[in-house]
Design a protein around this ligand. Structure first.
Ligand code: NAD
Ligand code: GLY
Length: 362
């Protein structure tokens, strides 16, 4: 097992990464948990709970934690105030107190929702992330962004609320559908582009084996991705500056998700299209080279991810969404654009006309 640390003073926490960590979840809570009650609240969904619920419950009970499971629907729709309210009801019903940990067992949807409830129930209770998708293991479970969606936009209601620990059992990736593995790999590519060119080489060299879900390699990419994210978050927890680089590919990606109603593409697929499009915008502005752009697109294609914008993509509407994006300030178009592999910059006030031309060309 490897341990990384997100360094945030008294809110610092460990990320445990390895095989077979879920059957020892109770031990990890006992050893690394801070001031936890015995009553735990396990948030999951029926898909994940049927695969891993009994192991998680058994592991907790073996260490004398009691478990109240609470399952939410398996879709982005679970990230709603309605589902949050149902979790508050269940938490009150179960008699959870201020020290009762809320444990998120699932992908980014379960993690974001359970984290939002943990941040707000009794003004904040201990939160434990047990991510089971590649996307959640490399990104969503680390860094404390928790949220529910609003009909007018994704993640509009939320908080920065750090977990007490993140327990990543890479064995859970064995049951993950191939399309979800590919979606997670998009975020892995993102880390290579924004931070670490050598890591990008590694992903390129091992693309086929990663697509096959080889666990040893998966563990390596989870570890490097979490190490990069931990470093970025430790520098800028609340995204007042450098953390924004984690949004590479996400501004166009979110516009795609918004315009397609969050149903046509997985988050990682939208991010892949977003990275390719934002790379083309960087090209049009003369910020990075054609060779690098084509290498990025080739890698995404090798990982069986989409690089062209969807056929129905309405560039003008997308631009309007991008200007409204919550990462934009004062309605100025803000994008994270690549300069070289391993280096990106946040650009504000970009010329809308150029961006529109690139988006229209798809
Ligand atoms: P998800 O949570 O919907 O999970 C994808 C699917 O995989 C679901 O059907 C789920 O039931 C299933 N699943 C989960 N683990 C499984 C396993 N081990 N075996 C088989 N099936 C499994 O999707 P996701 O991609 O994990 O997360 C997307 C969400 O994460 C979005 O809401 C996005 O906004 C959010 N997100 C948050 C952050 C953050 O920093 N908080 C970062 C990135 C994404
Ligand atoms: N996923 C972007 C962030 O955590 O900041």
């Amino acid at each position: 097992m490897a341990t990384l640390t997100v360094s945030l003073g008294e809110r610092s926490y460990p990320i445990l990464i390895g095989e077979g960590l879920l059957p020892r979840l109770g031990e990890h809570l006992r050893e690394k948990g801070r001031n936890l009650s015995r009553g735990t609240f396990l948030v999951s969904n029926p898909t994940v709970f049927s695969l891993y619920g009994p192991v998680a419950e058994g592991a907790l009970q073996a260490q004398e934690f009691s478990v109240t499971p609470c399952l939410v629907e398996d879709s982005e729709k679970a990230k709603s105030l309605d589902w949050a309210a149902r979790l508050y009801d269940a938490a009150i019903e179960a008699g959870l107190d201020r020290r009762s940990p809320i444990i998120a067992l699932g992908g980014g949807v379960v993690g974001d929702l359970a984290g939002f409830v943990a941040a707000t129930y009794m003004r904040g209770v201990p939160f434990i992330q047990v991510p089971t998708t590649l996307l959640a293991q490399v990104d969503a479970s680390v860094g404390g962004k928790v949220a529910v969606d609003h009909p007018r936009g994704k993640n509009l209601i939320g908080a920065f609320y750090q977990p007490q620990m993140v327990v990543i059992d890479v064995n859970t990736l064995q049951s993950l559908p191939a399309r979800q593995v590919r979606a997670g790999l998009a975020e892995v590519v993102k880390y290579g582009v924004i931070w670490d060119a050598d890591f990008l080489d590694f992903v390129e060299t091992n693309a086929a084996r990663l697509l096959n879900g080889e666990l040893f390699l998966m563990q390596q990419v989870v570890h490097r991705s979490c190490a990069i994210k931990a470093q970025v978050v430790s520098q800028d927890e609340r995204e007042s500056g450098p953390r924004a680089i984690l949004n590479f590919g996400h501004t166009v990606g979110h516009a795609i998700e918004t315009l397609t109603g969050y149903s046509s593409y997985h988050h990682g697929e939208a991010v892949a299209m977003g990275m390719a499009a934002e790379g083309r915008i960087a090209r049009a502005l003369g910020l990075w080279s054609g060779e690098e752009q084509s290498r990025l697109e080739k890698l995404l294609i090798a990982l069986q991810l989409p690089v062209s914008l969807p056929p129905s993509f309405a560039a003008k509407e997308a631009l309007a969404v991008m200007v409204r994006d919550k990462k934009a300030t004062e309605q100025r178009l803000t994008l994270v654009l690549p300069k070289h592999f391993g280096e990106v910059t946040v650009y504000r006030d970009l010329p809308a006309e150029t961006v529109l031309q690139v988006l229209e060309a798809r």
